[in-house]
Design a protein around this ligand. Sequence first.
Ligand code: EPU
Length: 488
Amino acid sequence: MDTFVIEGGRRLCGRVRVNGSKNAALPLLAVALLADAPITLRDIPTLADIKNMLRLLGELGVSRLDPGAQGQTDGPIDGGVVTLQVTDPSQSHARYDIVRTMRASICTLGPMLAKRGFARLSLPGGCAIGDRPVDIHLRGLAALGAQITVTSGDIIARTPPGGLRGTTIFLGGPFGSTVLGTANVLCAATLAQGRTIIECAACEPEIVDLANLLNAMGAQIQGAGSPRLVIDGVRELNGADWTIIPDRIEAGTLMMAAAITNGDLVLDNCPMDALMAATHTLEAAGVNFAPVTALAPTQMPGGAAPGPQARNRTPALMITSGSSDPSRGGSDDPMRRTVRVTSNRVIKPVEVTTQPHPGFPTDLQAQLVALLTLADGNSVVTEKIFPDRFLHVAELLRMGAKIVRTGATVVVSGVKGLVGAPVMASDLRASAGLVLAGLAAEGTTVVNRVYHLDRGYERLEDRLRGLGASIERVDEKELAGKDAVGVG
Ligand code: EPU
């Protein structure tokens, strides 16, 4: 098992491109099950979850046509490009072996049901961040007429005679909208007869990307990005060539990496339009965002004289002055800006509650808590999507943070500094929070079980090292060996 060994206390400076979005890519890959022709997806990140989804699609009769795949559905992803086509529609069983490794397998349910009339999918269990039921997914599909049973831990769904039928569906639950639940019902409704209206639909940018791809394939969807989706069913969906949106959670994590190291980063391909709540909160904490226009090579972020290596990674910048709107700058596309992120030396405390989009994302809560451990005062963070998503807290305490948790709220009392320690968290975003803490801490932090992090961040250590961090990926056994030598 891999670990990260981080020597903290280095400022991050430089330029980095935000990768394609994991949480957009997963449901978009599943769309291949709906299509009658190949779909090509671009900017697909190489992540464990993506590989698992490709493996699952392979088992469900989808083939990879892009040469990079080397004949294997879960083969290498060359240049971020994946081309998929259904070659064997008779396979409709998503087995427990795969589903248990990746909850997002659930987003194959709606496409399989709509296109094949039958789907069998192992019921995803809970995970480190909570119970994560799928009752709303099933309620939505049942409203379209699907006959659903749960047998031996498997969801078995069938279309009624004559196929799925459009209807009006309320898709809200105890915690508001559901992202993958909306994706499932939306996908199924594209091929249903007549009009489907989804009320309390998720407004996340990943759902907008999904709806836009489906429309490019011939679907009739209106209202994406709002809580009301109107879908007029069509008979079939064509192929498409689609570039997925940049990863707003990776972008937010990098922003906080800049903030916690008092660094100076330029983020390219940054989805500022999808990060309003995060940038609003970070600005309140003393993080600055300046739109950037790339020009001829001149200077590094942070004002340091660029060495040859630094010049490679940092073409020159022009800061667009006088704009108070952090979403303006870089490319004309507000989902693909270039932005410079700097922070004041003193982080100010903030009060934040996670919410469905456009509120502050739960997927950035752990990273924010890590940042606030170093704020000048008391912050209050409330988790409203996954009330138990606080696996990072106990680990941050081991690094000297002061955090008190009551139910779904933590009070973070800023300390002067964190101290490196061995830490571990069995959740992707909690692990990201610990990496951020390690970057700022004095001494050595060892983040164990990095495979959680690899589910959502592509070679994060290489990218952080390219920005000046001291971070190495080390095999756990190798590290134990080093320890033994040290002790002996
Ligand atoms: N919920 C139900 N019933 C359902 C579905 C959801 O009660 O049938 C509850 C959940 O337990 C939770 C809330 O509704 O309390 C919202 O969950 P949602 O369904 O929106 O989560 P998801 O679609 O399963 C996606 C992301 C998560 C992200 C959440 C919330 C993907 C692959 N996953 O999960 O991402 O935290 O939305 O934004 O898109 C991550 O990337 O680290 C991650 C966990």
